[in-house]
Design a protein around this ligand. Structure first.
Ligand code: ADP
Ligand code: MG
Length: 243
């Protein structure tokens, strides 16, 4: 189990996260849903130290790390366990798909170039892009670019894959291919924490759904619980407005 405790964050006096606790069981897919502006991206960014929390910890089972820490040892320890998939892919535009995936292996993990390329090819194959290894991002569709983004994160063999609305920048016809890749990773046992507004995906592919509003977890549980029998009025209202 990966345990996140007491995450707080304010921007200029406005509270964005108001003490968030979250358990992510290993090999589970946990989806986070909630209205825009409720702090979902901030929470994910804090977990990877892309943003510093005002309070909070994350524990992968080997000791809690303070999410307010600025020590490079703490930051490295957590980052080495997390793969991050961004809404807008964040690929290097001057590098091929293969180079984008191999890059992190070479620089973050010290893998030799040949071995990094071998692993990168394997990961591109896994996301259905074996034939696109030498393409530059600008020649790929949004869906293909996002699959490169996923391959890049997964290549580092993270303990937790974090995805922030990975399909929300895509044209509708690209969405299913990317969700299918994510669903497959879940079946392969990848532990995932994903923010999504794809309610059908959340319902069908997650083990646990967490509804966040106003910087707090309002309600969480199995997809059946949250979608069929929400206990909180706010959850019911959100679900009826997003269908
Ligand atoms: P969500 O992902 O749920 O839409 P965010 O985490 O992106 O929500 O944002 C939550 C709130 O925090 C929003 O009101 C947003 O404007 C604010 N916010 C996010 N990042 C920053 C920042 N770097 N500086 C100031 N305000 C921010
Ligand atoms: Mg967001």
């Amino acid at each position: 189990m990966i345990e996140i405790r007491g995450v707080r964050k304010s921007f200029g006096g406005t509270t964005v996260l108001d003490g968030v606790d979250l358990d992510i069981p290993r090999r589970n897919v946990v989806t986070v849903i909630g209205p825009s502006g409720s702090g979902k991206s901030t929470l994910l960014r804090i977990l990877d130290f892309l943003e510093h929390a005002d309070a909070g910890t994350i524990d992968f089972g080997d000791g809690a790390v303070d999410l307010t820490s600025t020590k490079s040892a703490d930051i490295r320890k957590v980052r080495s366990k997390i793969g991050f998939v961004f809404q807008n892919y964040n690929l290097f535009l001057n590098k091929t798909a293969l180079q984008n995936v191999a890059e992190g292996l070479i620089y973050a993990k010290g893998v030799k170039a040949d071995e990094a390329k071998r692993i990168a090819r394997e990961q591109l194959d896994r996301v259905g892009l074996a034939d696109f290894a030498d393409r530059y991002p600008s020649t790929l569709s949004g869906g293909q670019q996002q699959r490169v983004g996923i391959a890049r994160a997964v290549a580092l063999n993270p303990e937790l894959l974090v995805l922030d609305e990975p399909t929300s920048a895509l044209d509708p016809e690209m969405v299913n291919g990317v969700l299918e890749v994510i669903r497959q990773l879940g079946s392969d046992g990848m532990t995932m924490l994903m923010v999504t507004h794809e309610m059908r995906f959340a319902r069908e592919a997650s083990d646990k759904v967490v509804f966040v509003e106003g910087g707090s977890v309002v309600e969480q549980g199995s997809p059946e619980r949250i979608f069929e029998h929400p206990e909180q009025e706010r959850t019911r209202e959100f679900l009826s407005s997003s269908n």
